[in-house]
Design a protein around this ligand. Structure first.
Ligand code: ADP
Ligand code: MG
Length: 362
């Protein structure tokens, strides 16, 4: 499979949380009664997506429906991106499993589940391929990337983002070689604890920062032809969308400067352009977030957005913003390809030529 693809979107409507029930909130957002992937907001507005999950769906249901099937493609050499979008408190971190407590149970989110399955899969493919798996973990806060796996403190661990012919990269970023799902989740825990310790106002900061966990895979074929494929699994727990939407609605430039999340604003702009005019010019350089996600949006990636929403009437305006945003993301086309190492491909090609020449000599 290669060529044109579109961004897939899953909506997750979480259950009412305690603060909402205490406030006397009513349910204002539901999945269609026939179980089709549609969201009905305020009993009047309907949105269609690829998947819709509600309070009856477990972490495992979501993982099995929309993440697990894509791991095969990742292991075949495609890049895979999962982006969690939504207002603060909507369930992004819970869904992604970005803060993992070490126990694999029914509350475990996407990242720990996926990395365990990736290693089961690489083990089952080990007669044909040698895999090297690495992970990295960055936080993007106020337009600055922090290397969460750096052995130095977070403050000393800022990293740049650059681009060369082969794409976007971050010079000096810590990439840890990992040999099991457990080793990956150990890194995930180490990184997210660094994130918490560094912050005086943890909630405030985590709702305003983006966390990007990346697992990169290199598969070297063991057959006569040493095929080499590389693929990248990018898991993004985005900053809370509320400030962006609210300040935009107010249109107050001063407030924008103070509060707005540049990355989310740029992401919104990029999604708007890509959705309305796929061949138009898109500037990914508007923010570090869009630079990092350039391939994931409109480039070489199979991409899933999980948009998280509260079901409460109290949050309906944020929820409608999220649903509209997610609805636009549905129109984005990407062009995923199997990432074959060009050097390895070239060597294989030359070997073929040598083989043919040898045959002529016989
Ligand atoms: P966000 O990362 O979007 O700010 P969180 O993932 O931290 O939101 O979720 C906010 C709260 O709601 C947390 O206490 C979380 O455990 C709870 N929560 C979120 N989604 C669900 C869900 N689907 N089922 C049960 N609890 C949830
Ligand atoms: Mg969160």
């Amino acid at each position: 499979m290669s060529g044109n693809n579109t961004v897939n979107v899953a909506i997750r409507i979480r259950p009412l949380v305690k603060t909402e029930t205490e406030r006397g909130c009513k349910l204002a957002v539901e999945r269609a009664a026939d179980g089709s992937p549609q969201v009905i907001a305020n009993r009047s507005e309907t949105f269609k997506f690829n998947y819709v999950f509600d309070s009856s769906d477990t972490q495992q249901d979501i993982y099995e429906a929309c993440v697990m099937p894509r791991l095969k493609q990742l292991l075949a050499g495609f890049n895979l991106t999962i982006l969690a979008y939504g207002q603060t408190g909507s369930g992004k971190t819970y869904t992604m499993g970005t803060t993992f407590n070490g126990a694999l149970d029914e509350n475990t989110g996407v990242i720990p589940r996926a990395v365990h399955d990736i290693f089961e899969e690489t083990a089952s493919m080990s007669t044909d391929f040698d895999f090297t798996v690495k992970c990295s973990f960055v936080e993007l806060y106020q337009e600055q990337f922090y290397d969460l796996l750096s052995s130095q403190g977070r403050k000393e661990s800022t990293v740049d983002i650059r681009e060369d012919k082969s794409g976007i990269y971050m010079p000096g970023l810590t990439e840890v070689v990992v040999n099991s799902g457990q080793e990956v989740t150990d890194q995930l825990m180490r990184g997210s604890s660094g994130r918490a310790v560094a912050s005086t106002a943890m909630n405030e900061q985590s709702s305003r920062s983006h966390a990007i966990f990346t697992v990169s895979l290199v598969a070297v074929g063991k057959g006569e032809k040493k095929s080499v494929t590389t693929s990248k699994f990018t898991l993004v727990d985005l900053a809370g969308s509320e400030r962006c939407e609210k300040t935009q609605a107010i249109g107050d430039r001063f407030k924008e400067g103070v509060n707005i999340n540049k990355g989310l604003l740029a992401l919104g702009n990029v999604i708007n352009v890509l959705a309305s005019n796929p061949n138009g010019y898109v500037s990914f350089r508007q923010s570090k977030l869009t630079r990092r996600l350039q391939e994931s949006l409109g480039g070489n990636s199979i991409t899933l957005m999980i948009a998280c929403v509260s079901p409460a009437d109290y949050n309906i305006s944020e929820t409608l913003s999220t649903l509209r945003y997610a609805d636009r993301a549905l129109c984005i086309k990407t062009k995923p390809i199997v990432n074959i190492d060009p050097h390895a491909a070239e060597i294989n090609h030359l070997n073929d030529i040598i083989q043919k020449l040898r045959m002529q000599l016989l």
